[in-house]
Structure formats: C-alpha cells, structure tokens
Design a protein around this ligand. Sequence first.
Ligand SMILES: [Zn+2]
Length: 446
Amino acid sequence: MDRRNFLQRSAALAALPLIPSLANAGARGAAKTSGLSSQTITVNGDRLNGWLAAFDRIGRTPTGINRVAYSEGDLAGRAFTLDLFKQSGLSPVIDAAGNIVARVPGSNPALKPIVIGSHVDSVTDGGNFDGPVGSFGAIEVARTLAERRMQLAHPLDVVVWQNEEGGTYGSRLWAGLYSEADLDKVARSGKTIREGIGLIGGDVAKLASVRRKEGDVACYLELHIEQGGLLEKASKKIGVVQGIVGLRWFEITITGFSNHAGATPMDQRQDAMLAAARFTVAVNDAIRRVPGRQVATVGRVNVTPNTTNVIPGQVVLTVDLRDIEQATIERFTQQFEQLGREIGEATGTQFKFARLTDSKPALADPRVMDWVQQSADTLKFTHQRMPSGAGHDAQEMSHLGPMGMIFVPSVGGISHSPREFSHAADITNGANVLLHAVIAADKSLR
Ligand SMILES: [Zn+2]
C-alpha cells in the first residue's frame, strides 16, 4: 500500500461511525425492549420521560397546560427547552423566525441536513404531550448519538418550531409559505405574529435568512402523539404516517322562502332548514358508504330568521372534508354538489357552494415510511400505516425534502385536552424508532 492509498483508507475509516461496545452501555434501554440484541442502540427512555414530567409543571393551570405561542407559558417552555439543548451538549440558536435550532455537524459537510423536531407551544387548556414528545425525543436522539460517539455523515438539525398550534408558523417561514398579512394576524396570546417573533428572539427583518428551498433538507422526521385512537384500538405500538390529510372547507348557502309557520300548508313550503337537515344526513351517509378513512363534518349552521314561528328562508352551513388522497376529495366534492342539486329540487330550495379553505394532502416520502417501518421491525414493535388527520409542521417541511412522521398511541385517542396522555414506554419506543430511522436515512441518502 503506497502512502497515498494509506491516507485515503485512513480517511475513509475515520468517516465511519465510531460505535463503542454497546454490550453494557445499552443495558438500561434494552431492559425495556426485550428481545433486542445488545448491539441495538437505544435512547435513554427514563431521561426522556423525566424531562416530560418536569415540563408538565410549566404552563400548568387548573384547566390544563397553557403554553399558547408568545404567552408567558410559552416563554417559560422555550427557556426550559433551551436548557435541555444545552444540558445535552447541543448549541442552540434562535433563528430569525424564532425557531430553536441546533446543528450537530456531520462527517460530510457537503450533505444537506437531516432535520428532526416538533414544537413545544400548546393550545389553550391543552396537554403536555402534543409537541414536547417529538421535541424532547429529537433532543434525546441527538444526545444518544453523541454519547455513543456516532457521527452521522449528514449534519443533524434539531429544531423546535415556534407557534405550531396557531398555524405552523415556524416551519411555514422556512418554506416561505406566508404573506406579509400573515405576520399581522393576531395570535391567541393577543400579540401579532410579528410582535411574537420579536418577543421570542427572532427578527422579522431577517426572515429571508431562514428561507429554504426544495432540496435544502435531506430528510425531515417528526415524532408525535397520534391524537386519535386508531393505534390503541388496533393494539399497535407505532404509526407509520402516510402523510397529512388534505382539507377542503365549503360554505353552503341554501335559499328557500321565509313564510308563516302556521298559515303555509306543508306541501307549499320552501324550507331551507329541512333541506339543510337532509343534506347533513346525506353527507354523512355518502362518506360512510365507501371504505376508507375519509371524514366529513357539517360543523356550523346559521339559520335565518331563526325564529320559532317562521319557516327558515335561508341556511348557511359548512362542510369540512378531509382525506389523504386528493382524488377522494375531488370525488366527494362532486358528490356533495350533486346531493345539493337533488335535495334542492326535492325541497324547492337552491344550494350555492363556496370554498373557504383548500389545502392539499402532504404525503410522506415512501422511502422515509420504509425507514420508519424497518426501524419498528428491528426494534420488534408492532406498527401500521396511517394518515394524520391533524396538521403538523411536517406538512410544511414536505415542500423542502422527503418527509415522514412517527406516531405513538394516545390513550383514549384524546388530545388538545388536559386529559391528553401517552404511556412512557410508548414514548420511549417512538424515540427509538426516530433514532433508528435517522440512522437509516443517513446511510441511505449518502
Ligand atoms: Zn402537535
């Protein structure tokens, strides 16, 4: 071997991850994941769940967790989180959008970063698991890699997004999916987004500095609680998320004729309320008649004149329609419009459809789904593929690179409530799947 070859070979060896003997090092985690080989690297689940237990005191009020973006509770939660980054040997910075970001350098600086994270803000009277599980899980994954002296080839960015619950602002600002008017919207805390970003250490004047474009992210992975009851019902440990469902909101105006409730015979009425009631039932029947996870909800009804002794002349109602397939959304849109025509004809009323919101499904990348599923298999966790009915920062990140999410069970399917709960063992499982999926992504994407 000449000197040049020797140097090349040495460099190649140095780039390999340094894996110390894990026979004893992994004992603590391995005890909870029986059947694993001692070579299987695992996170410290006790540490992760200890952080979550300590975090439960922050923003806690008699009615639930209150860490609404830019509130006192949010500021306290972010301070706690920054401290966790530092304790874990990470060097966090607040980017111009107000996100907390720490980069772990990779051995190949030419590669784009693998990004992992979630959020720590909450809804009003929420729980302690929606967001913190994935945020602290990501910190724990980075810490575990460092403790095992495993350096990825890719840089690893650990991110805690700001104001997820108010409209995924932190990640939207990365993806450039916002308007100036969005920055003037008033958040739940009473502050504008613009004011809030300043308050948490961002800089609205420098938002261009956080803007990423497609391909700037090697891969995005987010661990999150399911917020529904499918995993619990199916007795599965891990949800391999297929994507975030698309959503279409309709506002439907049904016009009939207001007339005397006593003097108008039943066969001479144009009752908008009757049409609305038939339509509500018909929408529900249509959605349930075919297999699939599509959902539709008539959620708001305004009746005019809304008086006891007058036949309703007009009803304005909303339909919220969601599915992971855009084609399904289009198909039901046509079906609802057809139902409107038929019920209108039968009741002497007219249906007019308007769209309030239209967001396309954000699909997980098939490769990322495979890494998550393979990691669950390696760790011997049962799993199933499933869509996310709720919105997440991952939907914005899908515009920047391949995206995937890992769900862990929510007890009773309850979320956005003080009764939100996930078992410590399930959270540890999720963090371990995240760890292994990150390692798999790092190997596959080189
Ligand atoms: Zn969340």
